[in-house]
Design a protein around this ligand. Structure first.
Ligand SMILES: C[S@@+](CC[C@H](N)C(=O)[O-])C[C@H]1O[C@@H](n2cnc3c(N)ncnc32)[C@H](O)[C@@H]1O
Length: 254
C-alpha cells in the first residue's frame, strides 16, 4: 500500500498528534535552546496538560507562563498542578489558539504540523513585538528563514525573514550544500529522539520513514547529493515494501 494509504489507516489522534506530549527532558532542551530567562513571558500553544508551564516557571524562572489548549480535560489537569504547587504567575486557558490573545509574549512554543493552523498563526505572530521568539519542531514556519537551528528545534524571531524558496529553507535547516543518506538519517534520528517514545523499535521505524521522507524531498528539490539513489535508501525502500507493505518510491519525481 502507498504510504498515504498507510497514514490514512492510522487513528485520527495519531495523525493530528493530539495526544503526543513532549517529555520533560525535551522541554528543558527546548528552553535551553531558546535561552528562556527570568525576563520572558512564555506561551505554549497546544500545551496539553502543561508540564512546560511548570518547568518554565520553576526551573527557568520566567516572569509569566501561559498554556493554551482546546482540550478542557488537559487544561484542568494543568490548573490543578499549578494550584497544588501554589504557583501564581502561571495560568492555563481553555481556548482555540487561533483566536487567543498572545500579544505580550516574548517566547512561544508552537508545535503544529497542521498547515491550516500554521497559516492562521503566521500573520498573528508577525504582529507580535520585535524580538519575540517562536519555537517550532521539525518544520520551519512556512516561507520563512529560521534564525537559529538545533534540529529538530527551530527558532524564528520577529520580524520574520522571508525565504526565497523551499530549497533555501531546507539547506539552511540542514546546514549543508546537499543532502545525502547520512545527513537524512542523522536528522531523522534527532527528531525521533526528541519526540519519540521510550520504545527503541518504534523510534527506529519512525527514523527509517523520516529518513526516506527527508531524502526523497531533497531529491525532488534538486538538493540531494549526486544523481543516483544511494544504496541504503534503496535498501530501506525495499525493507518497507517487503516487511511492512508500505510503498514510498512513487513519491520520487522521476
Ligand atoms: C502540540 S499540538 C500538535 C502536535 C502534533 N504532533 C503536530 O505536529 O501538529 C497538540 C495539542 O494541541 C491541542 N490543540 C490542537 N488544536 C488546537 C487549537 N486549535 N487550539 C488550541 N489547542 C489545540 C491538542 O488538544 C493537543 O493537546
Amino acid at each position: 500500500m502507498k504510504i498515504e494509504d498507510y497514514l490514512s489507516s492510522l487513528p485520527n489522534s495519531i495523525i493530528s498528534g493530539e495526544d503526543v506530549e513532549l517529555s520533560d527532558e525535551t522541554l528543558r532542551e527546548i528552553f535551553r535552546f531558546a535561552n528562556l530567562t527570568k525576563n520572558d513571558i512564555f506561551y505554549h500553544l497546544g500545551c496539553g496538560k502543561g508540564n512546560s508551564i511548570i518547568i518554565a516557571l520553576e526551573e527557568f524562572m520566567v516572569k509569566k507562563a501561559i498554556g493554551i489548549d482546546n482540550n478542557k480535560e488537559k487544561i484542568s489537569q494543568g490548573q490543578e498542578s499549578l494550584q497544588k504547587k501554589h504557583i501564581t504567575n502561571g495560568s492555563f486557558r481553555h481556548q482555540d489558539i487561533t483566536i487567543s490573545d498572545i500579544n505580550d509574549a516574548s517566547v512561544i512554543l508552537f508545535w503544529f504540523s497542521d498547515e491550516k493552523i500554521i497559516e492562521k498563526m503566521i500573520p498573528r505572530f508577525q504582529n507580535l513585538k520585535s524580538g519575540c521568539k517562536i519555537i517550532t519542531i521539525w518544520g520551519p514556519l512556512t516561507g520563512h528563514m529560521p534564525d537559529k537551528i538545533d534540529f529538530p528545534y527551530i527558532l524564528n524571531v520577529i520580524p520574520f525573514k522571508k525565504a526565497e524558496s523551499l530549497r533555501d529553507q531546507m539547506l539552511a535547516i540542514f546546514n549543508t550544500d546537499c543532502i545525502d543518506f547520512a545527513v537524512a538519517w542523522e536528522f531523522a534520528d534527532r527528531y525521533s529522539k526528541a519526540i519519540g517514545s521510550k520504545n527503541v523499535e518504534n523510534d527506529r521505524f519512525l527514523t527509517i520513514l523520516q529518513t526516506l521522507v527527508i531524502w526523497i524531498n531533497a531529491k525532488n528539490l534538486g538538493i540531494a547529493c549526486g544523481d543516483d539513489i544511494p544504496d541504503p535508501v534503496k535498501s530501506y525502500i525495499g525493507i518497507l515494501k517487503t516487511f511492512f507493505n508500505i510503498e514510498v518510491e512513487h513519491l520520487l519525481d522521476h
